[in-house]
Each structure stands twice: as structure tokens, then as C-alpha cells.
Design a protein around this ligand. Sequence first.
Ligand SMILES: NC(=O)c1ccc[n+]([C@@H]2O[C@H](COP(=O)([O-])OP(=O)(O)OC[C@H]3O[C@@H](n4cnc5c(N)ncnc54)[C@H](O)[C@@H]3O)[C@@H](O)[C@H]2O)c1
Length: 252
Amino acid sequence: MINLQDKVVAVTGGASGIGLATVKLLVSLGAKVSIGDVSQAGLDAAKADLEQANAGTTNVFTKAVDVRSRESVDAWIAATVEWGGALDGAVNLAGVVGKYEDRTMKDFDEDDFDFVMSVNLKGVLHCLRAEMNAMNGKTGSIVNAASISSLIGVGSDAAYVASKHGVLGLTRAAARECGSGGVRVNAIAPGIVDTPMLRKSFETRGEISTSHTALNRKGEPEEIANLIAFLVSDASSFITGACYSIDGGWNC
Ligand SMILES: NC(=O)c1ccc[n+]([C@@H]2O[C@H](COP(=O)([O-])OP(=O)(O)OC[C@H]3O[C@@H](n4cnc5c(N)ncnc54)[C@H](O)[C@@H]3O)[C@@H](O)[C@H]2O)c1
């Protein structure tokens, strides 16, 4: 059902975790993927990994981009269109937790709050703007990284929770703005997924139990990538403005 042959898809945060798993799956489904990530070392490693797996694929383009900067995002999307000839899909996954330590609102760190908001929320806005402009006059599909923290409160993590609630708002607003032009915008809300971000968080904050979830285990990045590929593809052609929980049954 999912055919992405020759579709050009831009992925932020594609050098690690859910992003890297998504890039691998999209390429295997025939897409041409542009990876934007702030980590040049991560981009180099991802490209080498993909080239080895796909025997020297030419279907991957990488460029260092900092989603906090509108100019940086615009330059990456322009370079992507120049490389691929169009933009059919985009997946905005770049995200940060901020300082990996518990911090209640009573003693929150203003610089850390601004940092998290500028990557997780303003970064998504910069990407949506550039991607919607690049898709103007054609159809397209955009997927944003929300989180279980878009739907519930989590203590000692106010900046992350606020930024992810905001991503849901941006998703719904963007879906309204560009739906009549044929561009769909959706969000995914993962629970606990085994990635470098999660492992680093566990190291400093301690492990979060999964015993409250129906499946009682962490998710794998590849399981999240499956949902993203569906939402990017035409198989989800009547879905927009939606947020899909993918959390092993957090609230059921
Ligand atoms: N892992 C989880 O349990 C989980 C749960 C819910 C939501 N999410 C969200 O999914 C997304 C991916 O998370 P992950 O776990 O794969 O994390 P990760 O840390 O493995 O990957 C995040 C990537 O984003 C990149 N990045 C960070 N700041 C950037 C910036 N300013 N500009 C461009 N790239 C930047 C990093 O270099 C990294 O490659 C994030 O938005 C995260 O908030 C993750």
C-alpha cells in the first residue's frame, strides 16, 4: 500500500534515533530523502550507514541545518528542491530535551526554557513555513514530532511539555492553512522509544517504568518510522490535522 517511489522527502533530526530509522525506511520504499541535522558528525555517520546498506545509493542528500534559524532551514529546503526537483513530503523530528536533569517550575532555568522552545517549537514553525512554501501549488504531506507530552503533563519537564503541546497547535493550524491547497499536516505522539535521546535522559534522570502501558515495553524507532511512512504516503490521503498516539497503550 505504501509506495514512495521517487517522492522527495525532507527529514529533520534524521541523523539519529527515530529520524534515522525513518530515513532508512523511506529510502527502502523508494523515496529520495534529504536529511537536515545540526550534527555534521551524525550526518556523515548516517550517510555512510545508508550507503553501505543500499550499496552506494544516490537517493540521500545531507546538509547541516539548525532548525532554530529560519535562514538555515530556508537554505536546506532550497538545496533539497534543487537536488530533488520538488518537495513531496517532510518529517520534522529535530528535538531536544534540554538539560537532562529534573527541574521544577519553581526554579526553572530561563535559558534552558528558551533553548527547548526554540528547537522543538520555533524550529517546527521554521520548517513548516519553508516546506509549505516549497509545496505551494502541489500536493504534499508533512509529519511533525509531537509526543505523549503533547497530550498529558509530565512533572519536572515544563519546557519540553509546553513545546510539544505547541507542536500540536502548529500542526492543527498548518493543516487548516494549507489543506485546500492539497497539503496535509499531521503529528505523531510517541511514548517511550529507545533512542539516544531516551538513553541519555535515563542516565541522568533514572529509568521511566513502562508498567503503566498496555504492552509494558519501550518502543523501537523502526515502529515509529512505520507510522510516519504511512502518513507521508498517499495511503493516508484523507488524514490531516490528526495526532496519532504511538505509545504501547499509555492511556488505554
Ligand atoms: N525517544 C522518545 O522516547 C520520544 C518520545 C516522544 C517524542 N520524541 C520526539 O521524537 C523526535 C526524535 O527524537 P529521538 O528520540 O529520535 O531523539 P535523538 O536525540 O535520537 O535525535 C534527535 C535529532 O535531532 C537533532 N537536532 C537536535 N537539535 C537540532 C537542531 N537545532 N537542528 C537540527 N537538528 C537538531 C539531533 O542532532 C539528533 O540527530 C524528537 O522531536 C523527540 O522530542 C521522542
